[in-house]
Design a protein around this ligand. Structure first.
Ligand code: ZN
Length: 75
């Protein structure tokens, strides 16, 4: 499972449309592989509602809030 490019929001800091979703929780093997390919970022096992959900690989800005994520990522 991977996000389609049109689902990626523009970075509020630099405007690049290359946002990488930050996923939290214990990573499954599929999640680990996706992280190794740079498709997702593993945010760790500690979760808080205000944690950011997007990482911009261009300027490394992180934004969004976990509590606002509409889609739950299952990998
Ligand atoms: Zn950016």
């Amino acid at each position: 499972m991977r996000p389609r490019s049109e689902e990626r929001p523009a970075c509020p800091n630099c405007g690049a449309r290359q946002a990488i979703p930050i996923l939290y929780g214990l990573p499954s093997p599929a999640m680990q592989e996706a992280a190794d390919r740079g498709e997702i970022v593993l945010g760790g096992c500690v979760i808080a509602p205000e944690f950011p959900i997007w990482l911009c690989p261009v300027c490394e800005h992180r934004w969004g809030r976990l509590i606002d994520r509409e889609k739950h990522w299952e990998m």
